[in-house]
Write a protein that binds this ligand. Sequence first.
Ligand SMILES: [Fe+2]
Length: 157
Amino acid sequence: MKTSIGISDANRKTVAEQLSKILADEFVLYAKTLNAHWNLEGPDFHSVHLYFEELYEQSEEFSDSVAERIRQLGHYAPASLKNFLALTHLTEELTGGTGSQNLIKNLLADHETIIEFIRGNIKEFDEAHKDAGTADFITGLMEKHEKTAWMLRAHLK
Ligand SMILES: [Fe+2]
């Protein structure tokens, strides 16, 4: 059944393509946060291990919400690891060691990369592609990443 929601086919396609990149970033960050949760070492292991668990659960929710937004636009979500690696702006490796400060720095940099990419699409989605709904959706998603980035940053003082 055709998706008739008042957004042209071309605009729905462009927005879905940009959302696919956000989905790839969210999924790669999910995997990296699991990596951090599993391989963390150091005297603050317990509290940071639990904090990383909260973060990967959040990343999983974000991935799900972006994929479902793509479906609402009448497109299919890229849903393979191969596709995610081809689309993501992030690198999948954590670098610099297994201590909490280093892992937090890695995750913070990725949250900030996602924030910047989302911010660059909000106006475009609304004005150029006539999709106020997705512009609003990614604005909310960006705000959640901003809150997480603040909390990660607060660990580094
Ligand atoms: Fe666990």
